[in-house]
Design a protein. Structure first.
Lengths: 80, 689
């Protein structure tokens, strides 16, 4: 298991765990990013923000969030 | 005539809700704030088939929990009796995410109609949505529309009119989980019983708890309308509902079922999407291709800078070209009024007030309208195309070094247009510290009201490189903003949280002409209103101060009140190259609105058309005689860029922070920064000359 921050671009992952402040977790939930969601990394910079696709929608996610989401390789389909 | 039908428009941000709303109401809408909070409320009305409709555009939101102000406002409004029908606008091209809000809306128990927007994009991508199965599964009418092409609008209103008195009366045929006999047996017990009433049936564990809670709620709170929804909220441990309708039922409420409820909603959505979406993801979206360039690791930033440079290039060149016609008109008008009044032998005092005061002040400002129009047009284009959100991503690493998230950069870019909406846009920042910091530095971004100052003085004193001189102001403003943020960050490091950028990147789309038109028209209207009110009054006041003194009306301006006030404050401005009482008076007046610096100069130097060639040579002569040279002009531009934002901005900061102390601090901080930077600019300039 790795953090989303360490994930590679162009690969589908599955969210295993979120460890963020309650408010942030709620916002992510409303956007469909919860335990078990499939997440596809579209682009990333070496450090800092990345663009991901969750349930058909693109998001820019900062380091402070992506480093607190654990993911595991192998979503069912590729999200792109 | 039947009574007015109230329709609430709800939807995710970027789903085209506002475009659809505008398609019905056009530009005639009332914009106000929701009572008690600074969340915008838009209302419009129109007639259709002998029926009055009142449309309310609710804030864009992803969900209806109560964690943000937008969500609370939307939820409370829907639960109130004010609304008859809800139109849930969904972006059909990302149905999966949009349906989450839809399910929540259906649970609220009011009549809901799903408007599937952007069906044209869905078709273009080779996808199809089963419009027969989707309403069956949801139990509400589903109407395909295209807000941009204006298709399906009448049908949607028909549906709203017919659906308003009915809850969900469509028979629901919905399977939960697979049809396989053994694996999902625990999900089947409730479905037949609940099916007819609710789109969404939860697992037995949750349904059992709901069945426990509903009788209790019914007993304790007979006035409630939707028991199922309230029971669900209690199970989620929703703070608002739990405190308002407490229920004693430990066997159901000992733990929060929020996660389970959310997960099951998404499971159901998965089911829906699998059934109704045909040819999913057949064609790679253009958005991904565009993003590979626009958000590129290295090219992203230069491309952004280039786009902004283009925006300002158009603002100056196209704006200046259009401005020529405005000036001709104004010159004819002002000359005509003067001769007209003279032939009627009106008293010279009145002529002076009208021509030198009002026409010079207000008219002078109106000639800058084309520049401002082009600027807002460009900003509207950037916002509506979906590019603005990318700017947050592109700028995130730079902003991170300043202790801010990339999202703070959006208010800053909007600040190029007008500081007031930019300050309001800082609401999108969750973190209060980030918000205050953004509010402190956003006024340094050069707004369109400061444009007339640069245009006038750079054309006067730097005729060869006027555009460069004006452009340098924008860069200077940006630089000062970044520097301030950086210094604050140095002192504030221990409070800085980790960078939590989170922003949706919508699909790129061709901007809708109507949306842009309405956006720009709103801004132009604001500008004209400002010219008619603030600048009008300021011009009269300036005319009075500059024509009257302790001894009454005075031909000699140095004997007037204006000159006395100016002279008194001059020592403060002398070290920064602005030790001229006329300029001081203009700058003080400029706090009402920054354009007033220019209109005041027009009144001060008695020039009726300040933006024309003749007006310019006249003002250049007067200024030259005072010893006011190019360096002083540059100092004036710098000071105007940075000093106290206009009264409207201060009022907005007060409203947003609800603190006079903070507002006063912002004002003083900005004067201090303006003075310091201008001092540096002036003295470095003196050394160079």
């Amino acid at each position: 298991m790795i953090t989303l921050q360490e994930a590679e671009a162009g690969v589908a992952y599955r969210v295993k765990e979120l460890s963020l402040p309650v408010n942030l977790e709620r916002r992510l939930e409303a956007l469909g990013l919860i335990e078990g969601s499939e997440i596809f990394v579209l682009r990333k910079k070496r450090r800092g923000a990345m663009i991901v696709k969750v349930r058909g929608t693109r998001f820019a996610v900062g380091y402070g969030i992506s480093s607190h989401i654990s993911v595991e390789k192998g979503g069912l389909s590729c999200g792109a | 005539m039947a009574h007015e039908v109230s329709i609430g428009f709800v939807g995710n941000p970027n789903c085209g809700k506002t475009t659809l709303f505008n398609a019905y109401t056009g530009a005639n809408l009332k914009v106000a704030n929701w009572p008690g909070v600074t969340v915008e409320k838009k209302e419009g009305s129109f007639r259709f088939h002998d029926q009055e409709y009142r449309l309310v555009d609710l804030p864009g939101t992803y969900s209806l929990t109560s964690y943000t102000m937008e969500e609370q406002v939307t939820r409370q409004y829907i639960l109130s009796d004010e609304v008859d029908v809800i139109i849930d606008v969904a972006d059909a091209s990302s149905l999966e995410r949009n349906l989450y809000l839809t399910l929540q809306l259906i649970e609220l128990g009011k009549p809901v109609i799903l408007a599937l927007n952007m069906m044209d994009i869905v078709e273009k991508r080779g996808m199809e949505i089963d419009l027969h199965r989707l309403p069956e599964m949801l139990g509400i009418p589903v109407i395909p529309v295209s807000a941009r092409r204006k298709t399906g609008l009448d049908i949607l209103m028909h549906a709203a009119a017919h659906h308003r008195n009915q809850g969900h009366d469509l028979p629901l045929i919905h399977h939960h989980g697979n049809d396989g006999p053994e694996e999902h047996t625990e999900q089947t017990r409730h479905q037949h019983q609940h099916h007819k009433e609710f789109a969404m049936v939860y697992s037995d564990e949750i349904e059992d708890k709901i069945d426990l809670l509903i009788p209790l709620l019914r007993k304790n709170y007979p006035e409630l309308q939707n028991y199922r929804w309230h029971a669900l909220k209690l199970l989620e441990h929703d703070p608002e509902i739990s405190s308002r309708y407490p229920v004693e039922c430990p066997e159901a409420l000992s733990k929060s079922y929020e996660k389970e409820i959310i997960n099951q909603k998404y499971d159901f959505i998965d089911e829906i999407v699998q059934e109704v979406l045909v040819n999913k993801e057949k064609k790679a979206a253009i958005t991904d291709k565009a993003d590979s360039i626009l958000t590129h690791k290295w090219f992203g930033l230069p491309i952004f800078l280039l786009i902004m440079a283009l925006v300002f290039f158009f603002t100056f060149t196209v704006g200046d070209w259009l401005k020529g016609y405005f000036e001709m008109g104004l010159e004819l008008f002002s000359g005509g009024v003067r001769t007209g009044l003279e032939t009627l032998s009106v008293s010279p005092l009145v002529i002076s007030l009208l021509v030198d005061g009002i026409i010079a002040g207000v008219g002078g400002i109106l000639t800058f309208l084309p520049n401002i129009l082009i600027l807002f047009l460009a900003l509207a284009f950037l916002e509506d195309s979906g590019y603005m959100a990318r700017v947050a991503y592109v700028m995130d690493s730079i902003m991170g070094k300043l202790g801010l998230s990339g999202r703070s950069f959006i208010p800053m870019v909007l600040g190029f247009g007008c500081t007031v909406p930019a300050i309001m846009a800082s609401r999108a920042l969750e973190n209060k510290r980030d918000r205050y910091k953004t509010m402190l530095i956003t006024p340094f971004m050069s707004c369109s009201a400061r444009l007339p100052i640069y245009v006038l003085f750079s054309q006067l004193f730097f005729p060869q490189c006027a555009m460069l001189a004006a452009y340098s102001m924008y860069l200077l403003g940006l630089l000062v903003a970044i520097l301030c943020a950086f210094l604050i960050h140095l002192f504030d490091k221990k409070h800085t949280k980790e960078n939590a950028l989170l922003i949706e990147l919508p699909e790129y789309k061709a901007p809708s002409a109507r949306t842009i038109f309405i956006y720009v028209w709103e801004k132009v209207k604001d500008y004209l209103t400002k010219a008619g009110t603030t600048i009008f009054i300021a011009s009269i006041l300036m005319w009075f101060l500059l024509n009257f003194g302790p001894n009454g009306y005075s031909e000699d301006m140095s004997q007037t009140f204006g000159s006395m006030i100016g002279r008194w404050i001059v020592p403060f401005f002398a070290p920064i190259g602005l030790g001229f009482w006329q300029i001081v008076v203009a700058l003080i007046a400029g706090i009402s609105a920054k354009e007033v610096v220019v209109s005041s100069c027009a009144v001060l130097f008695g020039i009726s058309n300040i933006n024309s060639a003749a007006g310019m040579s006249a003002i250049l002569g007067s200024l030259g005689a005072m010893g006011f040279g190019p360096l002083n002009a540059y100092a004036l531009m710098t000071f105007s860029l940075l000093y106290v934002p206009c009264a409207a901005t201060l009022a907005t900061i007060k409203k947003e922070t609800n603190s006079w102390g903070w507002t006063g601090f912002v004002a003083l901080f900005q004067i201090a920064v303006a003075w310091g930077v201008t001092f540096l600019v002036y003295h470095i300039g003196l050394l160079l000359i």
